[in-house]
Design a binder for this molecule. Structure first.
Ligand code: ATP
Length: 896
């Protein structure tokens, strides 16, 4: 269905004939062609015509008809009081929603109430608490290609802003690939583009929004930036950064309905991508830092490390994990702090408890400066400020946190003001009183006293009038329409005094007022009205005074956030038994030495995790072989994660670790069972490989997992071998390469820095047991068929696969397995007796099994036919495309 934005077509057809109110709607829709306009009519936000149909569909609300002198229009509305959940649905359905509010009091308006768009809600600029997950970030980003003075293209400027917290940053990256890498780190919800902007990967998980190209213009952007920071050139490196940043800020202003700069965006940080350990999308994904393809949020690296107590800390830890450090001093400073907290259980748990009381200061600061904060928000700020003295005391004696101690500003002036001004449990509404404390303002106190005295006088009136009139059933009451009254039932009406004036007649009684009651009533309501509006004015003054301190509040927020993130790392380290890593000396050649290393996530899901050592010398390449499921991938990732955690400032899951400061982690996981993408999968694999071969340095860690599998076995082995040789001979990168190409293990004999590792398994009868223990040397058997059997592949398929292997190798895999078991029992690497199977044949069998695994209900006859056909194929002479086509045909046969 095409999105309905701007002016609904049916309304466009009759726009000149509609009522004045609808013509206001038409005008606002025309001003916001990209947004779905929700138009306030009393207590509802309404949409009309096609927009109404869409709102009714997405929000599941009733579609009604509006009828007026100009015609009949479909109409759908959502209640303003309860708008958040409906707005969320519309934003989730990729709508930008423009809220056209009544900006004039309906009672005071002469004629049509004025309306204006006060806010455009878009996926990347949500600020409403109800629509935001706690501790999350919501960025809108933009990318601008950089041009040098001579018109040469030279890299890209990237900017992002989180409109809910005011965080804003810029960076420049050299290549298109780096753009994607940076965006993968930022994970923006929305990406701004103009007509000539470079298109970024369309697969990105963000909404693309086209904005006016003028907002990207150099001068326009620079002018805007100078409204935010005093000296933009000091913060911004080049025009591309300035243009990208100008555009995101302009868009943020537009969506917040502000004409001027957003006060709470008070600093623009600059990242240099060389100042952080670089991780590309493949690394973030395959190391399962934040996402684990649906296995639950705890089963990620972030999930394991996240012991934060506050939303501030959670966001900070997220940032740290996305941008590990490369500056040795900064890493050591974080490690020192974590170390101190690991060593002091009492400080750690007290700190964690106090931090749990901190509200989300970043978002509070945004709301306060945007005048969206209510009295409860100010009280939340006060509550957070109240914990600061305790935080200071808790860390006063921890030298590693002395910098945090010095930066913890108690903001006493702000705290005192809020506490003196705002009631302890204020209402949500700001205009109905109860917000400002007694004794804060003399005029307010006088008004409240007048009101109070009046009410007390009324409260005493009943008794006084009963006595005066002798009517025992006389009562004094109040209602919204008629105000105060004295009620006398019909049988007593003859006793009513002369100064009673009739106000209202009921069935069994009459209601009266006296001149004095009227006078008191005017006094009470006059004072109450005036006091309510004075309270609102005083509240706004207090809020503005606090808003002027936004910068200090944001600094405090960042210190609290860091303390919480450090505390979280210390708790995770203690809970999971991590150790402080030693960083190699700066001058040392990068090498990795881990004793008893573990995978931080897998170890939490396994009953017994087997720790493994790693010893990778400078420029070393480890070729890792072993049966399927034996632990190769887990091992490689745990090595990468140890390095990554260390550079985040975290302890690492190991008994001891000496680690280098890496510049980059590359991971390339080969096209495994998922051939669905066909050629494109292999192409992607190769283009990612190209990037590694171009960019890796001797400070990079490269993980290659079954690279080359996406093509024919012969080509795959050739590519794998050439890649390993190149990495070893030219790049000197630290490399772990898990492979089923046993032929690759021969490289260890040819090149000094290459060595073999293998994961062994033992077999008893048909049962294979994985030891998950890494040992030197190459493995001799893949146990693919045994794994298939254990996975439940029907017996005829398993038997046929054994026949295929036997006939192509002249051998049965049993002998390999037996040799492997015997080697392991003797503690010898299997490579010594290697009876390596022909890779072409075992790959053919693997392929047959992979297909069979895909559908275990296949009949044995079809599978046998496919297996026979597979046997006929001469894979070594096929092109990758031919191989894929043949595979596709075979699979189609199986699917029939
Ligand atoms: N050191 C270990 N201790 C305990 N269990 C482990 C260990 N390493 C891996 N495992 C378990 O074994 C499973 C398979 O591990 P992994 O995916 O690393 O094997 P693999 O050799 O890479 O397999 P394949 O070649 O099929 O990709 C893991 O999901 C985990 O459950």
């Amino acid at each position: 269905m095409t999105p309905v934005t701007g002016l609904p077509p049916a309304m466009a057809d009759c726009k000149d004939d509609v009522t004045p109110m609808l013509s206001q709607y038409v005008e606002l829709c025309e001003q916001h062609p990209d947004a779905l306009v929700l138009f306030q009519v009393g207590d509802f936000y309404e949409a009309f015509c096609e927009a109404a149909e869409e709102v009714a569909r997405v929000c599941e609300v009733t579609l009604t008809q509006r009828e007026d002198s100009t015609g009949e229009y479909p109409m759908a509305g959502i209640p303003i009081d309860n708008a958040a959940s409906y707005l969320e649905r519309l934003v989730d359905a990729d709508y930008r929603v423009a809220l056209a509010d009544q900006v004039e009091d309906a009672e005071q308006a002469s004629g049509l109430v004025d309306r204006a768009v006060t806010r455009v809600i878009t996926p990347g600029t949500v600020v409403e608490d109800e629509l935001l997950a706690a501790g999350s970030t919501t960025y809108v980003a933009s990318v601008v290609e950089r041009e040098t003075d001579d018109g040469e293209r030279d890299g890209y400027g990237i900017a992002a802003v989180d409109a809910s917290t005011g965080e804003c940053f810029v960076t420049t990256v050299p290549t298109r690939g780096n753009v994607r890498e940076e965006l993968d780190r930022i994970q923006p919800n929305e990406l701004l583009v103009a007509g000539d902007a470079p298109t970024v990967d369309p697969d990105g998980n963000w909404m693309e929004t086209e904005i006016d190209a003028e907002l990207f213009e150099r001068e326009v952007a620079r002018d805007r930036l100078s409204e935010y920071v005093a000296d933009p050139d000091r913060r911004i490196d080049n025009d591309a950064e300035a243009r990208a940043c100008g555009a995101v800020l302009a868009y943020a202003e537009y969506t917040q309905g502000d004409d001027g700069p957003l006060e709470y965006v008070s600093r623009i940080r600059r990242h240099d991508h060389r100042d952080q350990l670089r991780l590309d999308a493949a690394a973030i994904r395959s190391l399962e830092l934040f996402d684990n393809r649906g296995a639950g949020s705890r089963a990620t690296v972030f999930g394991v490390l996240d012991e934060t107590a506050s939303a501030l800390g959670r966001r900070c830890l997220d940032r740290w994990l996305r941008r590990p450090l490369v500056d040795r001093a900064e890493i050591e400073a974080r490690l020192d702090a974590v170390d101190a907290l690991v060593g002091d259980g009492i400080a750690r748990s007290d700190l964690h408890d106090r931090l749990g009381e901190a509200y989300d200061l970043e978002r509070l600061a945004g709301r306060i400066s945007q005048e969206r904060a209510n009295a409860r928000d100010l009280r939340a700020l006060y509550a957070t400020l109240s914990i600061v003295p305790e935080l200071k005391e808790l860390i006063a004696d921890i030298p590693a946190l002395s910098d945090h101690h010095a930066r913890l500003d108690e903001l006493r002036d702000v705290a005192t003001l809020i506490d003196e001004a705002i009631t302890t449990d204020p209402p949500m509404e700001l205009t109905e009183g109860g917000v400002i404390k007694q004794s804060f303002d003399n005029e307010l106190d006088t008004l409240r006293t007048t009101e109070q005295d009046g009410r007390e006088w009324v409260a005493d009136l009943e008794a006084a009038e009963r006595e005066r009139t002798g009517i025992d059933s006389l009562s004094v009451g109040h209602n919204q329409v008629h105000g105060y009254y004295i009620e006398v039932t019909n049988p007593n009406l003859d006793q009513v005094p002369d100064d009673y004036t009739r106000r209202q007649t009921l069935k069994n009684a009459e209601r009266f007022y006296t001149p004095e009651l009227k006078e008191r009533e005017d006094e009470i309501f006059g004072a109450a009205d005036r006091a309510d509006s004075l309270e609102y004015e005083l509240f706004c003054d207090v809020r503005a005074t606090v808003a002027a301190e936004t910068d200090r509040i944001q600094t405090l927020a960042s210190v609290i956030a860091e303390l919480d993130a450090l505390c979280s790392l210390a708790i995770a380290a203690t809970k999971n038994d991590y150790v402080r890593p030693d960083l190699q000396a700066a001058a040392a050649e990068p090498s990795i030495e881990i004793h008893g290393g573990r995978h931080p996530v897998v170890e939490t899901t396994q009953q017994e995790f087997v720790p493994n050592d790693t010893d990778l010398d400078a420029g070393g390449v480890a070729i890792i072989t072993g049966p399927n499921m034996s632990g190769k991938s887990t091992y490689m990732r745990q090595v990468a994660l140890c390095c990554l955690l260390a550079q985040t400032g975290s302890f690492v899951p190991a008994e001891a670790a000496t680690l280098p400061v890496l510049d980059r982690i590359f991971t390339r996981v080969g096209a495994s069972d998922d051939i669905a993408g066909g050629q494109s999968t292999f192409m992607r694999e190769m283009s990612e490989l190209t990037e590694i071969l171009h960019d890796a340095t001797d400070r990079s860690l490269v993980l290659l997992d079954e690279v080359g599998r996406g093509t024919s076995t012969a080509d795959g082995l050739a590519i794998a071998q050439a890649t390993t040789e190149f990495i070893h001979d030219e790049l000197d990168a630290l490399t772990l390469f898990a492979t089923h190409y046993h032929g690759l293990t021969d490289l260890a004999d040819e090149r000094a820095g290459v060595h073999n590792l293998h994961f062994a398994a033992t077999r008893e009868g048909d049962d294979v047991t994985f030891l998950h223990r890494v040992a030197p040397g190459a493995s001799s058997a893949s146990y693919g068929i045994e794994v298939a059997r254990m996975a439940g592949v029907p017996t005829p398929v398993v038997d046929r696969a054994r026949e295929v292997v036997a006939s192509t190798t002249g051998d049965a895999s049993d002998s390999d397995a037996a040799a492997d078991t015997a080697d392991d029992a003797a503690g010898q690497p299997a490579a010594d007796n290697d009876t390596t199977t022909d890779p072409t044949a075992s790959a053919a069998a693997d392929d047959a099994l992979a297909d069979a695994l895909a559908d275990q209900t296949l009949d044995a006859e079809t599978v046998a036919a496919v297996a026979a056909e597979l046997q006929e194929i001469d894979i070594a002479t096929m092109t990758p495309l031919e191989a894929l086509n043949t595979l596709d045909e075979l699979r189609t046969t199986l699917e029939r």
